[in-house]
Design a binder for this molecule. Structure first.
Ligand SMILES: Nc1ncnc2c1ncn2[C@@H]1O[C@H](COP(=O)(O)OP(=O)(O)O)[C@@H](O)[C@H]1O
Ligand SMILES: [Mg+2]
Length: 155
């Protein structure tokens, strides 16, 4: 993980929790639907390794939504199935985890004010209801990172 990303994470987490990063992990994904269950399995395993099993449910829901969005955005944008089209990153303090999903498209996520009968548009509101906070940033190398900060016990 590069220094810029680390600095960002450090700043985010320091502001959010006043604590330092204890561990981080990242996995490359391909822009195809199978990457969603691949990312879920990865997140489950990493959080178990970190002893954060009580964050697994939240992390998997957020992972599903953000990776699905990243895959869809990538497939909309360019030829499909090239390797290393996205990545998922996990980063922890003692009681918090940041889920980050990078994709190569610059367009920001657009939370919709969906109506009761809308078929699409429920992913980001779900992420917003689970995460303490979430956002998007544009790293120097291109593309963008959508991130969500999860904490152990929500009120
Ligand atoms: N990673 C992303 N890259 C580009 N656009 C995105 C990304 N994530 C979300 N969006 C945009 O935000 C919209 C809302 O996302 P979401 O709430 O997950 O609903 P849905 O995926 O069902 O459309 C998407 O339709 C898309 O236009
Ligand atoms: Mg979605």
């Amino acid at each position: 993980m590069n220094g810029v990303l680390l600095a960002f994470l450090g700043g985010q987490l320091a502001r959010a929790s006043g604590r330092v990063i204890l561990a981080e992990s990242r996995r490359d994904l391909e822009a195809r639907p199978i990457s969603v269950p691949v990312a879920r399995r990865y997140a489950r395993e990493v959080l178990a390794t970190w002893g954060l099993d009580d964050l697994v449910e939240d992390a998997l829901a957020v992972t599903s939504e953000l990776v699905t969005n990243g895959v869809e955005a990538t497939l909309r944008h360019r030829a499909p199935f090239a390797a290393r089209d996205l990545w998922i990153g996990l980063c922890r303090t003692d009681a918090r985890v940041i889920v980050q999903v990078w994709d190569r498209t610059p367009e920001p996520p657009r939370p919709a004010d969906q109506g009761r009968e809308a078929i699409r548009g429920r992913g980001l509101p779900l992420v917003g209801s689970i995460a303490e906070t979430w956002g998007c940033r544009w790293p120097q190398g291109g593309g963008k990172i959508v991130w969500a900060l999860l904490r152990k016990s929500r009120p």
